[in-house]
Design a protein around this ligand. Structure first.
Ligand SMILES: [Fe+2]
Ligand SMILES: [Fe+2]
Length: 244
C-alpha cells in the first residue's frame, strides 16, 4: 500500500526510518507531532504529490511511477537531485571517512595495512563520485535549465537549437556511469576479507553506512535515468521538432 497524503508523518518514520534523510531533502525536520503528510508539506511549501512519489519509490523498489514523476517540473526534479548530491558529499562521505579513520586508529599492526587499503579504495571512490556529481551540477543541469527556460518563455531561436545539438542529453546517457557497483565491491571486501577487528561495532557501522549509501544512490540513479533523461529528451524533441 503506497503512503498517502493523509498518513501521519510520524508513522512514515516508524514504518521506515531510512526515509528520514529523504524528508530532510525537502527541508522537513523532526517535530511534526501528529500532522499528516499533507499538513507538513503545506507548512513547508512542499509539493505534496511530488513528495509522495519520491518517498513511495524510495520505500518500495517495485513502486516507480515513471510517467507521473515525469510530469513534475524539471526545476523541481533537479532541485531534489541536487539536495541528494549535497547529502552525499557533505554528510555521507565524511561520515564514512570518519568511520574508516576510527577503524584504522583501533587496528593492530596486522589489520592496519588492510584498513589502509580500504581507505585508499574509498578515497578513489570518493574522487569518482565528486567528478560524477560535478559533471551533473556544472554541465548537465545548467544546460537542462537553460533550454527549459527558453522553452517555457517560447524563446526558441537558433542559439537554443544549436545548444541542444551540441549538448544533447544523449551524450549524458552515453557517459552516465554506474557509481553504485564500486560500493558493492567495497562492501564485499569488508564482509569477506577484513580480518576480525577489535572494534567490531565500528566495522558494522561502516558496513551499515555503505549499504545505506548504495541504496540511496540506486534510487538516485533511477530518478536521473528514468525520469530526468526521458523528460529532457522529450523537451529537446519539442525544441528541434525531431522526435527521439
Ligand atoms: Fe546525480
Ligand atoms: Fe548520476
Amino acid at each position: 500500500m503506497p503512503i498517502k497524503e493523509n498518513t501521519r508523518m510520524a508513522d512514515v518514520i516508524h514504518m521506515n526510518y531510512l526515509l528520514l534523510p529523504i524528508l530532510n531533502r525537502f527541508d522537513i525536520q523532526l517535530g511534526f507531532g501528529d500532522k499528516t503528510i499533507k499538513e507538513v508539506c503545506t507548512d513547508h511549501h512542499v509539493n505534496v504529490d511530488f513528495f509522495l512519489e519520491i518517498i513511495n519509490s524510495f520505500n518500495d523498489d517495485d513502486y516507480f511511477p515513471q510517467t507521473h514523476l515525469q510530469t513534475f517540473p524539471l526545476k523541481l526534479i533537479i532541485d531534489y537531485i541536487q539536495k541528494s548530491h549535497n547529502y552525499y558529499l557533505n554528510y555521507k562521505i565524511p561520515q564514512i571517512e570518519s568511520l574508516i579513520g576510527k577503524l584504522i586508529e583501533h587496528s593492530d599492526t596486522s589489520q592496519k595495512k588492510q584498513m589502509e587499503l580500504i581507505e585508499k579504495f574509498f578515497q578513489e571512490y570518493k574522487e569518482e563520485l565528486i567528478i560524477h556529481i560535478q559533471n551533473e551540477e556544472n554541465d548537465v543541469f545548467p544546460y537542462i535549465l537553460t533550454i527549459d527556460t527558453a522553452f517555457s518563455l517560447r524563446k526558441i531561436d537558433d542559439t537554443v537549437k544549436k545548444l541542444v545539438h551540441e549538448k544533447s542529453i544523449d551524450f549524458f546517457v552515453d557517459t552516465h556511469t554506474n557509481i553504485e557497483d564500486k560500493l558493492y565491491d567495497l562492501k564485499n571486501i569488508i564482509i569477506k576479507y577484513l580480518p576480525p577487528a577489535r572494534d567490531y561495532t565500528s566495522s558494522n557501522a561502516l558496513l551499515f553506512e555503505l549499504f545505506r549509501l548504495e541504496r540511496d544512490l540506486n534510487d538516485h540513479a533511477r530518478i536521473e535515468d528514468k525520469v530526468l533523461v526521458p523528460k529532457v529528451q522529450f523537451l529537446e524533441s519539442q525544441i528541434t521538432g525531431v522526435l527521439k
